[in-house]
Ligand binder design. Structure first.
Ligand SMILES: Cc1cc2nc3c(=O)[nH]c(=O)nc-3n(C[C@H](O)[C@H](O)[C@H](O)COP(=O)(O)OP(=O)(O)OC[C@H]3O[C@@H](n4cnc5c(N)ncnc54)[C@H](O)[C@@H]3O)c2cc1C
Length: 494
């Protein structure tokens, strides 16, 4: 079948769709343009692909049958969660109006996991939660909370992104400093492999040295090695005492001094340390009226710092206020707004979690996901700002960072009036990316800390990782997906 010529693609497509309808039922396969549209365009509307159909199975067995049927006729599969990813990984690559690409990859089936949304088990002794891959992250957090536990992965898209998506992108977010990222919070996985077989590795063991770590391989694989259908997640005791503050800072170096001080003061009670610059704070206020910055947005930099503890009577509030008074005396911060109660804490976090939504509305931001050694963040911001301003004098520099884990979203933001007339937009975005990625690389950093590679950064992966690393990655890909049918063109270029 893989030798079918173009002439036969139409009839083959009809057979594939009919087979999938037989497997999952007609109501779980969409082919009409209007029904398919939301699944072939990414969240920011930057990538639009084309799909044979969208299929939404209800069980692991059905996912396996769908993948097997696609493999039998050489039809690619694009696994998809909430479609909130920021690298174009969750939408098909192929476009019929792009002749360079259409020959390379056949229109795929988008396999959306949203109907597989059951929480299967919560174990409060072993501190584990087993969930199907299509569970929305916020629903998992809620299920843990109802049993007095915490699932600590938290990010702005948590109301729509799915557990399978967070696992496949190894999502970071705002809880990494204290609890680690997704990889550290996944104990077991169930995966449908490229040939349609099922690997059940849902064991929730804390220690398991039985051979290669298969689980780690699928975390962050972005759907290129298989379809994650369920996961055993690690839960933590629920914090009950919080102290949250929003601080004004004149320069990034001062924020680093504050980080060092609060880290040694609070130890593991330091649960968040986030940074944004004034441009970012202004954009949120402008685009999302009603969400106001806790301090005047014109302050050059803003830091959100949070202490938390599982012990209700823990003096985290007094500890934070003491740390902030010292920081004020030392001149590291200019001002601080401390949350009085959970309502104000929620408002502070809402402002922080609003940045992606506000930036999407504001203009064309080349959102970079660099990571550098924490002590080099100030040098990195200075060097990247200078290089970017030199190359693009009209650009606005927007910075939002998970500073406590060295992850800086450095965003050259092109206002619409500047961006629209540009003749070769992809080349401009590429140049902006390369400039900043090279600076991160010189500082032994990374160009993808938490968003993944998708289609946006596949070229950069080949440019910036060593030939040996690329060779090893291709060996893994070829071994697990010899037909190249799982999410083609993502992570590794076709
Ligand atoms: C407002 C906003 C804020 C964000 N903040 C953060 C942040 O702070 N930190 C962060 O890390 N990310 C952030 N993101 C990015 C995004 O939310 C995460 O990458 C998220 O993990 C994607 O989950 P999803 O279910 O939407 O996956 P999708 O976007 O649907 O897919 C992402 C990738 O995973 C693959 N995939 C999805 N489900 C499966 C599955 N079941 N099996 C195999 N492969 C699968 C897809 O093929 C694709 O390659 C943000 C996005 C938005 C819109």
């Amino acid at each position: 079948v893989s030798h079918l010529g173009t002439r036969d693609h139409g009839s083959q497509a009809a057979v594939v769709v009919a087979t999938l309808r037989d497997i999952v039922g007609a109501d779980a396969v969409f082919t009409e343009l209007a029904d398919v549209e939301p699944f072939v365009v990414d969240w920011r509307g930057r990538y639009r692909g084309e799909a044979l159909c969208v299929v939404a199975p209800r069980s692991t067995e059905d996912v396996a049958r769908v993948v097997r049927a696609c493999a039998a006729v050489g039809t690619p599969v694009v696994p998809q969660g909430g479609n909130t990813g920021l690298c174009g990984g969750s939408v098909p690559l192929v476009r019929s109006d792009d002749p360079a690409r259409v020959g390379a990859v056949r229109a795929p089936v988008v396999l959306n996991l949203r109907r597989m949304n059951r929480i299967l088990e919560v174990d409060t002794v072993g501190n584990t939660l087993v969930a199907e891959a299509g569970c929305v992250l916020a629903d998992v957090q809620r299920a843990a909370d109802e049993r007095d536990r915490l699932y600590p992965v938290s990010l702005g898209a948590e109301g729509s992104c799915q557990i399978g998506g967070t696992i496949s992108t190894n999502a970071g977010g705002t809880g990494v400093l204290r609890y680690g990222g997704t990889r550290e919070n996944v104990l077991g996985l169930e995966v449908v492999l490229a040939d349609g077989s099922i690997w059940n590795g849902l064991r929730g063991l804390r220690k398991d040295n039985t051979g290669y770590d298969l689980r780690a391989l699928f975390v962050g694989a972005e759907g290129t090695l298989g379809v994650v259908t369920a996961a055993t997640l690690r839960l933590h005791p629920k914090p009950r005492a919080f102290a949250t503050a929003w601080c004004g800072v004149l320069e990034v170096g001062d924020a680093l001094r504050l980080l060092e001080a609060v880290q040694s003061r609070a130890g593991s009670r330091l649960s968040a340390f986030e940074l944004m610059n004034s441009a970012q704070a202004r954009i949120v206020e402008k685009e999302l009226p009603g969400r106001s910055c806790p301090l005047p947005s014109a302050t050059p930099y803003h830091v959100l710092v949070e202490f938390s503890d599982t012990d209700e009577s823990s003096p985290v509030g007094a500890q934070l206020e003491d740390a902030l008074s010292r920081a004020l005396e030392a001149g590291w911060i200019t001002d601080a707004a401390v949350a009085m109660g959970m309502g104000q804490r929620a408002a502070i976090w809402e402002f922080r979690h609003s940045v992606s939504e506000a930036n999407r509305k504001y203009g064309m931001g080349v959102t970079l996901d660099t990571g550098v050694p924490i002590g080099r963040i100030a040098d990195f911001v200075a060097a990247a700002s200078e290089a970017t301003r030199q190359a693009f004098p009209d650009v606005e520099i927007v910075i939002v960072a998970h500073m406590g884990d060295g992850n800086v979203h450095f965003i050259p933001m092109f206002p619409a009036a500047v961006w629209e007339p540009m003749p070769d937009k992809p080349a401009v975005a590429r140049r902006a990316r390369q400039l900043v990625h090279d600076i991160a690389a010189q500082m032994h950093g990374t160009f993808s800390a938490e968003h993944g590679i998708g289609q946006t950064l596949a070229d950069e992966l080949v440019r910036l990782r060593s030939a040996e690393e690329i060779r090893l990655m291709r060996l893994v890909k070829d071994a697990l997906d010899p037909g190249g049918l799982m999410n083609p063109g993502k992570v590794l270029p076709t």
